[in-house]
Ligand binder design. Structure first.
Ligand code: TXA
Ligand code: MG
Length: 345
């Protein structure tokens, strides 16, 4: 299959481009679409063959459920039932936006989408192209991140092409995603609500609406039997081994310089590391200012892909500081390091 790459305005998508994408979705094909978080691989949620194609194209295990994307709340009618009152408060506060909400599954919704679970994950993305496409299709769209299974999520159309060219019908290229890490996932079918994945909508923000919220503990071993979906630490791992350093900035810099003496490393560094790196002749990829979680989140997955392609023996990185989306970045780094920190003093 030849994958069609179509440029599209991120703010004002041309009708003819959306029509071309709708034709593919209606024919049961897969279209990668931009969202404000990462690129998603979209298919008609009510077409079982199209849903099956998603798992095949990504090489994704059928035990990992998909998020259903909607453009307005009337589209919930065929997706979820018994919607709790809290849902409407959350939707009013955070939709459209980077928040995925677990709801009781509609009995007619394919259990392939939910991997056999009684809950369905639903999100209304805040991206004009995604919203225009869902609206024009007139059906909810399932959309996992548009990467090969276990690769970092794609934040540009080029990342999608790298992973999926020849395997999907079309990619809508609206440039780099604004947020850069996947949506926050919250389960409100339990009390108190549980955050299953951290994202741009923080635990603090959610608790203003929900009161008590629990952040689900990350799975520490990759070989545990049937961890909760999406909790696999290995999930975000680049192919190159990654060392995650923790400690004071000076101690981290000192440790990286020492590592460079014995190994061919690439350093995902912060602005205040640049002088140290240049002096020691260490190859770097710049993530931004250490305390600028927003900027670091935008760079993270592109940086991991670039680091993987650099051919170094090891990737070295430290955590960004601060609250908000920086917490989601720390979560993704922890997973990329398969749950291992190296503490330096
Ligand atoms: O930002 C995002 O959420 C992006 C964009 C494209 O919307 N999508 C995304 O989808 O990250 P995906 O499939 O890569 O990740 C969805 C996560 C998976 O880890 C899956 O296990 C979890 O959501 N999930 C989906 N349905 C679930 C359910 N019923 N219960 C628990 N977890 C669920
Ligand atoms: Mg994914």
């Amino acid at each position: 299959m030849k994958t069609i790459l179509l440029p599209v305005s991120a703010t004002d998508p041309a009708a003819q481009t959306i029509v071309a994408a709708v034709a593919q979705i209606s024919a049961g094909q897969l279209v990668a679409m931009p969202t404000e978080t990462v690129y998603g691989l979209a298919a008609d949620a009510h077409n079982p063959e199209a849903v099956a194609r998603i798992f095949a194209a990504k090489g994704r295990p059928t035990t990992d459920p998909l998020i259903v994307h909607i453009a307005d709340q009337t589209q919930l009618a065929t997706v979820a039932i018994d919607i709790p009152a809290l849902f409407f408060l959350l939707a009013a506060a955070f939709w459209p936006g980077p928040l995925t909400i677990l709801l009781p599954r509609h009995p007619d919704l394919s259990t392939t989408i939910t991997a056999g679970f009684d809950t369905v994950a639903v999100r209304m993305p805040a991206h004009p192209v995604a919203l225009a496409l869902i609206r024009a299709c007139g059906t909810p769209l399932v959309a996992p991140s548009a990467n090969l299974f276990s690769h970092p999520s794609p934040t540009t159309a080029q990342h999608v092409m790298h992973d999926l060219t020849g395997r999907i019908a079309m990619v809508l290229d609206a440039g780099a995603c604004r947020i850069g890490v996947e949506s926050t996932i919250v389960d409100i079918t339990r009390t108190p609500a549980v955050i299953l994945r951290q994202g741009d909508v923080s635990a603090e923000q959610l608790s203003t609406v929900l009161g008590d919220v629990i952040v689900q503990q990350r799975t520490l071993a990759t070989n545990q039997a049937a961890p909760a979906p999406g909790m696999l630490l290995k999930h975000y791992a680049p192919r190159t081994p990654l060392t995650l350093l923790r400690g004071p900035v000076a101690a981290i810099q000192h440790a990286v310089v020492r590592m460079q003496q014995t190994e061919n490393i690439i350093w995902l560094c912060y602005a205040d590391d640049a002088v140290c790196a240049a002096r020691a002749g260490i190859a770097t990829i710049m993530l931004g200012a250490r305390d600028d979680g927003v900027q670091v989140a935008r760079q993270l997955f592109a940086a991991l892909r670039q680091a993987d392609a650099a051919g170094a023996a090891r990737i070295v990185v430290a955590e960004p500081t601060g609250a908000g989306v920086a917490a989601a970045v720390r979560d993704r780094l922890f997973r990329a390091a398969e749950g291992v920190f190296t503490q330096v003093e």
